[in-house]
Write a protein that binds this ligand. Structure first.
Ligand code: KG4
Ligand code: ZN
Length: 351
């Protein structure tokens, strides 16, 4: 792909067909992680720096956008310097600078995107804008030789999608959630049973000691490849109220909490695996990947890796590339997965 250097307008080749080693520096700041990475040829991570804001937002039980944006401003230069230091590379060694455009929190996105644009301008390199969801998918290219076509399950705090990935740049969403995203459902249920933010990983941990068959929870019946998780969340709310009133002291026992976590996790993972399998069979794909923060979930990974028994090739990024990071953004820029090349591109909040 031919791209233009921002200051001089000089044309350079970037990406798979460029014919030389590419080192893309990317910045990610869509939510509560300030991240910078340098990736060689879309697959080899040379530097990966993530500054997490979890400690700050824990106090509030969720991400406060204005506070998050200010923390990005404090961290942005530090993560960029650290990425250069880790890699031993200099700005002139970078092929192009990439940044997340959206979806995400507008004030947060602005910090990282403008830093990426400024770096490209100052060092006279191309700028590449990246869609955060596409970036999550591209995490599957890191440290692997996976190539499309494949089926993908994208599960994050804001999205739940089954995507037909025909090529690096051609993707079709076959189905998505009609209400809550999986990560959102995890975080809401976690809050219901009194777990601190971010609830998803904590719920996952407790589920491992609970009984997945302790409580029967409803599996949503939605047509095609779409999902719905709000009914399940309401069912957990009702169950929690009932158990608390039976206990007579407005609290749940440790066993009850673990069993609720395990039963909820069983219900969610079963639903996701069933629809994903159906999509694979209908499209006759032999490869499947999972992506997004919730792809770090132990039971969802387990159920999807079981597809290997039926002859499917399954991939999931290692944990640090499932949750928000900039390596996936650099990979997405390299593979030119629906990128935005215009330096005037504006941040956007929703997909
Ligand atoms: O992809 P991500 O980092 O941010 C978005 O782009 O939304 O995903 C964050 C979501 C949160 O809802 C978090 O609770 C969830 O991923 N998550 C998990 C696990 N690890 C992260 N949910 C369930 N089990 C996990 N192990
Ligand atoms: Zn994300």
């Amino acid at each position: 792909m031919e791209k233009e250097c921002l200051f001089s307008g000089k044309k350079v080749q970037v990406g798979v067909d460029s014919g030389y080693d590419n080192y893309i520096m990317a910045i990610e700041s869509s939510c509560d992680e300030t991240a910078c990475a340098i990736v060689k040829n879309g697959r080899e991570v040379i530097a990966n720096v993530v500054a997490s804001q979890i400690k700050t937002h824990e106090k509030f039980g969720g991400v406060i956008p204005e506070i998050a944006a200010r923390e990005h401003m404090d961290a942005i230069n530090i993560v960029i310097d650290e990425a250069f230091e880790q890699s031993g590379l200099k700005p002139e060694d970078i092929t192009a600078f990439a940044g997340t455009v959206g979806p995400g929190l507008v004030g947060c996105l602005l910090v990282g995107l403008n830093a990426a644009k400024a770096l490209a301008l100052v060092h006279d390199k191309p700028f590449i804008g990246v869609n955060h969801l596409n970036a999550h998918l591209c995490a599957n290219y890191i440290d692997t030789d996976i190539k499309p076509p494949f089926m993908a399950l994208l599960i994050s705090g804001g999205h739940t999608q089954i995507i037909d990935v025909e090529s690096y740049s051609k993707q079709t969403i076959l189905g998505e959630t009609i209400d809550d995203a999986v990560g959102e459902a995890y975080d809401k249920v976690a809050r219901l049973i009194g777990l601190p933010y971010p609830g998803g990983p904590k719920l996952d941990k407790l589920a491992q000691t609970g009984d997945p068959n302790a409580y029967e929870l409803p599996i949503s019946r939605v047509d095609g490849y779409n999902f719905s998780f709000s009914g399940l969340k309401t069912a957990v709310l009702r169950l929690v109220k009932k158990l608390k009133s039976e206990n007579g002291n407005d609290t749940l026992t440790e066993t009850q909490i673990n069993d609720i976590c395990a039963s909820f996790q069983e219900c969610v993972s079963k639903t996701l695996a069933k629809k994903l399998k159906k999509a694979l069979q209908e499209k006759r794909y032999k490869q499947v990947v999972i992506a997004g923060g919730v792809a770090a979930n132990s039971e969802i990974r387990k159920k999807i890796f079981e597809f290997e028994k039926d002859g499917y090739k399954v991939n999931a990024p290692i944990m640090r590339y499932c949750t928000d990071n900039a390596s996936m953004v650099a990979s997405c820029a390299y593979f030119n997965t629906n990128t935005f090349d215009d330096v005037d591109v504006e941040v956007f909040s929703r997909a």
